[in-house]
Every structure is written in C-alpha cells, then in structure tokens.
Design a binder for this molecule. Structure first.
Ligand SMILES: N[C@@H](CCC(=O)N[C@@H](CS)C(=O)NCC(=O)O)C(=O)O
Length: 371
C-alpha cells in the first residue's frame, strides 16, 4: 500500500514535469450537443499550458486517490490484468444501438483499444460469418479468434478477464454457455442465464466488490438496464411522427446506409417505428405518456444510488453505472433526452458519468504506470 502511494506521488511529479497529462477537467456538460467520447485526450499530450497541466494533474491525482481508496487497493488487488495484456478487439455494432453503446462505454472506461465495424442494419453482410445475428458481437483476436455475443456477456467476460489473475479469455467465455429457449410469444431465443455474474475467486471478489451486497446490487441494476430501461427508449424516441423522423435522421446519419437505402430508411423507418413504438408501449405496459415511465426509471435509479455516494459503485462507477449510462447515451441530442434531463433527477449523476468517462483513460494509463 505504502509503495503504491509513493508510486502515485512519483507518477504525479513526473506528469507535472513532462506536461504529459491530457486534460481531465470537463466543462459543465452541455446537453443538446453530441459528445464524442472516443479515446479522450489522445493526441493532445504535451500541448497544454503549464497551469492547465497542473490543474489536470491535480484532478488526476485526486481521481487516482479516490480510485485506489474505493478499490480497497492492496497488494493482492494490484495483480489484476493490465489493458495492454488484452488481445486485439473488434466490435461489430450499430452505433445507435443501446446494447452496443453499453459495450463501448465499458471498453472506453477501461481504456481497452478496439476496432469498430459498423454493420449495415439492412443486409448485415459484415456479420455474415456469424450464426448469431444480432449486434454487438466482440471478436477477441487471441491465438484463435474468440467470438463473444450479447452485450452483458461481453462485459462480464471482459471484466472477469481484467480482474482475474489465472483464467484466460477462452476459459472465461466457456462459463457463459448459450441456451436456446422460447420467449413469451413462443419464438426461439438465445439466452445466457448467468450473464450478470463475474467468474471470480474469493480474493478477486473481495478486491472487486468488498461486500456481497454491492455485488448483488450491481447485478440487479445491470439486469434492470437490459430488461426495463432499454425498453423505454423506442417508445420515447419514436413517440410522435416528428420525433420518429428526428431519430431516424440521426440513425441514418450515424449508421451505415447506402444513399437510397438511407433515404428510405429515414422516411419508411420513421413511419414504421412510430407504429412499432405504440406496439412496444402496449407490450411493456407503459403509460399513455411514455415520458412518465422514463422519468420514473431515472428517478428510481437515482434513488438506488442515494445521497451518500456519487455512483452506484461508490466513488467510481460499477458495471451498472456504465450500463445505465451506455443505454441512455444513445438518446443524447434527441428531444426525449432533453426532457429527461429537465424533468427527472438524473442530470447530476449523468454529468458525473460524463466527467468520469473523460478521465477514465488517463486514470487507467496512470494506474498501469503505477504497477
Ligand atoms: N441481448 C442482446 C440484444 C442485442 C440486440 O437486440 N441487438 C439488436 C440491435 S439494438 C439487433 O441486433 N437486432 C437484430 C437486427 O437488427 O436484425 C444484447 O444485450 O446484446
């Protein structure tokens, strides 16, 4: 522990001296303007003024202190895997899909580099190699390519891998077998029963969670993000013909569509989704004013965090924080998102999440240097 703090002080001094910290302070988030998260700060190294660097370094120092404290940092916990030990990753996605956004948030937060392959949602040629026909799909280019399906499986496998000292990716993935079952409409679906569970031994569990309750809480809210929060998105962003058109304008702009395809997708897609969203509203028993369900979900989430901690994970976000943020982020720039910010209690948490997502890559790089 003492050596960690000494290392931290050395690191901060080196960063100040070299001016090598990218900006970690974030201006007040401006909603209604799309924010590119990507690899925050890369390429801006060494170009900041001294005062700016010092401020950023201090922010990083504070963040590191919180991080180490919140992780109950100890010699045993330090043994977790470094991101540069992770194989090359390729994410097959639709940019605006909430499940894909969840995975990107997870990878960005942990500073794991990955290639993106944007899939054309009409032909889906890019995932022709796969029997599993949904996105996200993550390919880990290890000795043999390993395909991981389902956002929550991907996140659990990768998080287990980062925390685990002995298991390799193939072994961890084998603990998440797919199972065919039938949904309420009798349609065959693939499910992964234990997808919210990290495969950790006792020591790793202690490092990751501290208490049993925090592990159970994380699982509960990760499931909630998939089973409830996600289902509020479509009814809200396609609520009116005007909103449906704005949503499809965004989807076509951000997604991979041919010219004519894009034109049809925008107008036909918007009209279709306007009607589909009404069906989804009935299927999930939403209120007539679907915004009310969205606001309530946000307020339930904020209530679960409570007043004593900034994130559900404590001083740092846990997998549930990352999942909820990933899901909601796809609505940014749309009317539903602005309404959500002004009519629910979510905004302070959301701003903190944005800030932590900006800081996380620098934080994880700094932690690597500490080890
Ligand atoms: N449970 C899956 C759900 C993935 C999913 O439903 N993805 C949608 C896109 S948001 C999809 O690929 N649908 C099939 C299609 O577009 O044809 C996960 O968490 O990854």
């Amino acid at each position: 522990m003492a050596s960690s703090w000494a290392g931290l002080r050395r690191l901060v001094w080196r960063l100040v001296r070299e001016g090598s910290v990218s900006r970690v302070g974030l201006p007040e988030a401006s909603f209604g303007r799309r924010c590119a998260y990507g690899r925050a700060g890369k390429g801006s190294r060494g170009r900041q003024s001294f005062a700016f660097t010092l401020g950023g370094t201090f922010g990083l120092y504070q963040a590191l202190r919180f991080y180490l404290r919140s992780q109950g940092h100890s010699a045993e916990c330090e043994a977790s895997k470094l991101p540069d030990g992770v194989p090359q990753l390729t994410l097959y996605q639709y940019k605006t899909c909430p499940f894909c956004s969840k995975v990107r948030v997870f990878l960005d937060y942990h500073d794991l580099p990955y290639e993106i392959v944007e899939v054309n949602p009409v032909m889906r040629r890019e995932i022709k190699f796969s029997i599993y026909r949904k996105v996200p799909i993550l390919i880990a280019h290890a000795e043999e390519n390993l395909q991981l399906n389902d956002s929550s499986v991907i996140i659990s496998v990768m998080k287990t891998y980062l925390l685990s000292r002995r298991k390799n990716l193939e072994e961890i993935a084998s603990y998440y077998p797919s199972m065919k079952s039938r949904n309420e409409k009798g349609k065959e679906v693939i499910e992964y029963n234990n997808k919210y569970w990290l495969m950790l031994d006792e020591q790793e569990t202690k490092c990751a969670y501290g208490t049993k309750e925090s592990r159970a809480e994380e699982m509960k809210w990760r499931r909630w993000a998939d089973d409830w929060l996600v289902h509020l998105i479509s009814p809200n962003v396609y609520r009116t013909p005007r909103e449906a058109l704005a949503s499809f304008d965004y989807i076509v702009h951000e997604g991979k569509f041919g010219g004519v395809e894009g034109f049809f997708a925008k107008y036909v897609g918007a009209m279709a989704m306007f009607f589909v969203s009404k069906m989804l509203k009935r299927r999930h028993n939403l209120q007539d004013d679907v915004r009310q369900d969205l606001y309530k979900a946000a307020n339930d989430w904020v209530a679960a965090i409570g007043k004593k901690r900034p994130f559900l994970g404590g001083e740092q976000p846990n997998l549930a924080d990352l999942a909820v943020f990933g899901v909601l982020r796809v609505m940014e720039d749309l009317e539903a998102f602005d309404d959500l910010m002004s009519h629910s209690k979510l905004q302070p948490w959301y701003i903190k999440m944005r800030k932590v997502m900006q800081e996380a890559p620098a934080l994880h790089r700094a932690l690597q240097q500490l080890h």
